[in-house]
Ligand binder design. Structure first.
Ligand code: NAD
Length: 351
C-alpha cells in the first residue's frame, strides 16, 4: 500500500468528482483509514458516479465553490485542500470565456479569499497546467522547468485562467501567508475519464474531451483516429495514479509558495501515441489526417522532473505502455456507462 500519512486529517478536494479529483479522493480514502474527505463539485464536467459515495468517510457537496452557500460549509477544521476545479477544457473556454471565468479563474479567487485566514490549514495545492508556461515550438522540445516565464499570448481562456490561478496562489501566500503549493501538471490519462461527463459546454469537445480517452474509445470501436496536423505535436503523458501521488507529495513535502512540475519527463508525439493505442487495443482503426486546429499552437513539450524529484521526492512510476493497457481495459469494462454519458449530448450535436 502506498503510504500517504494524512492520518486523522480532514481533506477537501474541490473538483472532486472529476477525472483527477475522483482518483485522488479514492487514493486518499483507500490509503488513509482515518482520513475524512470532502469532495466539492458542481458536476460541470463530471458525473457523481465517479465517487465512492457509499464510503462513510466521504462527504459530497454538490455545488460551485464560487457560491457562498458552498463556502459557508468550509470551516477552519480542514487540514489540506486540493483545488482541482476547472472549466474543462480549451475548446469550451474558447466557446464561452465567461463560463470559463466563472468556473475557473473565479473559483480559485473565491476559494483562496475564503480560506486566507484559516490557521489549521497546512497546505492548499493548486492544480496548474504545464501548457501555460511551455515554449510554443514545433522544433525539438526541451524540458520545461519551473523557472519558465509565461508568455503574454495564450491560446485559450482556459490557459489564461490556469496561470491566473498561479498568480493568486503566489499573491495569497505573500500577502496572507496562505500555504499554497502549485502543482504544474502535464497531460494526464487513466481510468475514470468519462467521455461526455457533465453538462454540454457548447462544442463536441464536451464529448471528445481529451486525446487519450477519444483515441481509446475510437480504437475499441474500430473508428479511425483523428490526427490533427499529422500528429507532429508531442505531449508528456502521465498516468493518473502518478499525478495523484504527485499532488500528495506537493501537499506533504512541498514548500508553501513554491511550484513543482508533476510530469513523466518524456514526450511522445501524438502520432506515436495513436499508433501505440491502436496496437495495444488490437484495433483495426487507422489514423485519419486532419488539418492543424486553428487555435492550437502548443507544439511539442514535456516537463522537467529535476526539482520535484529533488525537493518533494516525486518520480512518475507507471510506464506508458502499462498505463495504456490499464485504461484500455477500464474503458472496455465501462463502455456501457461511457456511451450512456456520451449519448446525453446527442441532442445538442444535431443543432
Ligand atoms: N487532465 C489533464 O491532462 C490536466 C492537465 C493539466 C492541468 N489539469 C488540471 O487538473 C485539474 C483536474 O482536471 P481534470 O482532468 O480532472 O478535469 P475534470 O473536468 O474532470 O475535473 C474538473 C472538475 O471541476 C468541476 N468544477 C467545474 N466548475 C466547478 C465549480 N465552479 N465548483 C466546483 N467544481 C467545479 C467539474 O465538474 C469537474 O468535476 C484541473 O484544474 C485542470 O485544469 C489537468
Amino acid at each position: 500500500m502506498f503510504e500517504t500519512k494524512f492520518n486523522q486529517s480532514k481533506v477537501i478536494v474541490v473538483g472532486g468528482a472529476g477525472f483527477v479529483g475522483s482518483n485522488l479522493v479514492k487514493m486518499l480514502l483507500n490509503n488513509n483509514p482515518e482520513t475524512k474527505v470532502v469532495a466539492i463539485d458542481n458536476l460541470m464536467s463530471a458525473e457523481k458516479e465517479n465517487l465512492p459515495l457509499d464510503n462513510n468517510r466521504l462527504t459530497f457537496i454538490q455545488g460551485s465553490i464560487a457560491d457562498q452557500v458552498v463556502l459557508d460549509q468550509i470551516n477552519d477544521d480542514v487540514d489540506y485542500i486540493f483545488h482541482l476545479a476547472t472549466y474543462h477544457g480549451n475548446q469550451s473556454s474558447i466557446h464561452d470565456p465567461l463560463a470559463d471565468h466563472a468556473n475557473n479563474t473565479y473559483t480559485t479567487l473565491r476559494l483562496m479569499d475564503w480560506v486566507k485566514h484559516f490557521k489549521n490549514l497546512k497546505k492548499l495545492v493548486y492544480s496548474s497546467a504545464g501548457c501555460s508556461v511551455a515554449e510554443k515550438t514545433f522544433d525539438e522540445a526541451k524540458a520545461t522547468t519551473e523557472q519558465e516565464f509565461t508568455n503574454i499570448k495564450h491560446d485559450s481562456p482556459y490557459s489564461i485562467s490556469k496561470i491566473i490561478g498561479e498568480f493568486y496562489s503566489v499573491y495569497y501566500h505573500n500577502q496572507h501567508q496562505l500555504p499554497t503549493v502549485r502543482a504544474r501538471f502535464q497531460n494526464v490519462y487513466g481510468p475514470g475519464e468519462v467521455l461526455g461527463a457533465g453538462q454540454w459546454r457548447g462544442t463536441p469537445a464536451t464529448i471528445w474531451r481529451n486525446v487519450t480517452p477519444t483515441f481509446i474509445y475510437k480504437a475499441i470501436k474500430g473508428i479511425n483516429l483523428p490526427l490533427e496536423n499529422g500528429g507532429v505535436a508531442s505531449r508528456d503523458f502521465i498516468f493518473v495514479d502518478d499525478i495523484c501521488r504527485g499532488l500528495i507529495a506537493c501537499a506533504l513535502n512541498g514548500k508553501a509558495g513554491e511550484v513543482y512540475n508533476i510530469a513523466s519527463g518524456k514526450d511522445i508525439t501524438i502520432a506515436d501515441w495513436a499508433n501505440t493505442i491502436v496496437e495495444t487495443a488490437g484495433s483495426t482503426s487507422k489514423v485519419e489526417l486532419l488539418p492543424k486546429r486553428a487555435w492550437d499552437n502548443s507544439g511539442k513539450r514535456y516537463g522537467s522532473t529535476d526539482k520535484s524529484e529533488k525537493e518533494i521526492g516525486f518520480k512518475a512510476e507507471v510506464d506508458y505502455k502499462e498505463g495504456l493497457k490499464k485504461v484500455i481495459s477500464w474503458t472496455k469494462e465501462n463502455l456501457e456507462r461511457i456511451e450512456k454519458t456520451m449519448k446525453k449530448h446527442e441532442k445538442f450535436l444535431s443543432i
